[in-house]
Design a binder for this molecule. Structure first.
Ligand SMILES: NC(=O)c1ccc[n+]([C@@H]2O[C@H](COP(=O)([O-])OP(=O)(O)OC[C@H]3O[C@@H](n4cnc5c(N)ncnc54)[C@H](O)[C@@H]3O)[C@@H](O)[C@H]2O)c1
Length: 365
């Protein structure tokens, strides 16, 4: 069968909140069919399969892989299980598409990448803020040098999660969630920022517990310095009643602003030229006419087109450690009280665990 006419058989592991985005996207992508799902909650699997027209449901990945031949496993479970589940999928000869964060630690992501390499299979991660025509356009403008050197940036994830959100047992602890709001929420914007700006060189961070009864942080504040000499102020919280996701990049020739919540389209971006830029040059920076918004659809359709053609995972789903490394450095810095460089991330302590001290200010008022 030629690679372009083949239909891939996909399985979805974990049928909670995010799995619905995967199932909905799969229905819209040519060349793939969702054939099975698995979740220890029998009721959730049944409802999920009924809603998305998926024929087979199982209580575990092991049962699913024993009964079905699948080409791709979508890992939509809490992060503590991702590394082991990925290994099982590779043993069965499937590719893996894993939800963010790809695992609990950099060491686990290293293992996942090694396992992919050994099995000759692909590992795609879901950091869907990288996707969409606007992000590609802005990245190209920045990388071409047309906007001059990026100098300062603001990267704010101001979200709201009430106390009930943390009642789900796997949330709020280092052991089961791997980190707090920086790893679970801020990582989307941090990932997009690094996708736009390239390699970072150091990070300084502090973690705070301002209100929620979690073991990890509900707020963090940091400074990330990029190799280009760009300085980023990075604030993440789950305590913001008016939720917003913001990125602002001031370059030598322009200000780029993005404001959205959980996904962006062209209207979410604004480019303001510096005073010395001609109107004609500024007009050449306009976003393209055809618009693809960011999201799971955009990411999964690019991943499936690579899998169907036998190509490597595309840039929108590759480099699974880039944003995690920045988060790991912010966390490690919260422990040492000083900037942590990229070179320091090779140490086993930082790669092995994100666990870091959190300043508890809940009683401060
Ligand atoms: N990309 C995004 O925008 C986005 C949004 C939300 C969540 N996520 C990520 O997706 C993952 C899941 O988050 P969620 O909000 O859907 O969680 P959830 O708690 O709503 O759902 C997780 C599901 O996994 C099931 N599960 C647990 N262990 C399992 C196992 N061993 N095998 C099979 N199923 C198992 C649970 O029963 C549950 O149904 C997390 O890594 C999270 O960070 C990503």
């Amino acid at each position: 069968m030629s690679p372009t006419t083949r239909t891939l058989r996909a399985a979805i592991l974990g049928t909670g909140a995010v799995a619905h985005l995967h199932a909905e996207a799969l229905r819209r992508i040519h060349g793939v069919t969702a054939v099975a799902s698995a979740d220890p909650s029998e009721e959730r699997v049944r409802d999920f399969n009924t809603r998305h027209g998926i024929p087979a449901g199982y209580g575990s990945l092991e049962e699913l892989l024993a009964a079905e031949a699948v080409d791709v496993v979508h890992i939509c479970t809490p992060p503590a299980g991702h590394a082991e589940q990925t290994a099982a999928a590779y043993d069965a000869g499937a590719h893996v598409i894993a939800e963010k964060p790809p695992a609990l630690s950099l060491a686990e992501v290293d293992q996942m990448q090694e396992a992919a390499h050994a099995a000759g299979r692909q590992l795609a991660v879901v950091f869907q803020q990288r996707t969409g025509t606007a992000a590609t356009h802005i990245r190209n403008l920045l990388r071409s040098g047309e906007l001059g050197r990026p100098l300062t940036t603001v990267c704010h994830t101001l979200w709201y999660r009430g106390t009930e959100y943390f009642e789900v047992p796997w949330r709020g602890t280092w052991e089961s969630e791997g980190g707090g709001t920086t790893l679970s929420h801020g990582i989307h914007q941090i990932d997009l920022l690094a996708y736009l700006l390239g390699e970072w060189s150091s990070a300084t961070g502090q973690l705070f517990r301002l209100d929620r009864g979690v073991e990890t942080e509900d707020t963090s504040c940091g400074v990330v310095v990029f190799e280009s000499g760009t300085v980023a102020s990075v604030l993440t919280t789950v305590l913001a009643p008016r939720e917003s996701s913001l990125i602002r990049i001031d370059t030598e020739h322009a200000t780029i602003e993005l404001e959205h919540l959980y996904g962006h389209n062209h209207a979410s971006w604004k480019i303001t030229p510096a005073r010395h830029i001609s109107a004609e040059r500024a007009a050449s920076w306009a976003l393209p006419g055809d618009e693809v918004p960011s999201g799971h659809d955009a990411l999964l359709s690019e991943v499936y087109s690579a899998l169907l053609s036998g190509a490597d995972v595309p840039p929108v789903a590759a480099a699974p450690t880039r944003a995690m490394e920045i988060v790991a450095a912010l966390y490690a810095s919260a422990g040492t009280g000083r900037p942590v460089t990229r070179a320091e991330l090779s140490g086993p302590a930082i790669r092995g665990s994100m666990r870091a001290p959190v300043v508890d200010l809940r009683q401060a008022r």
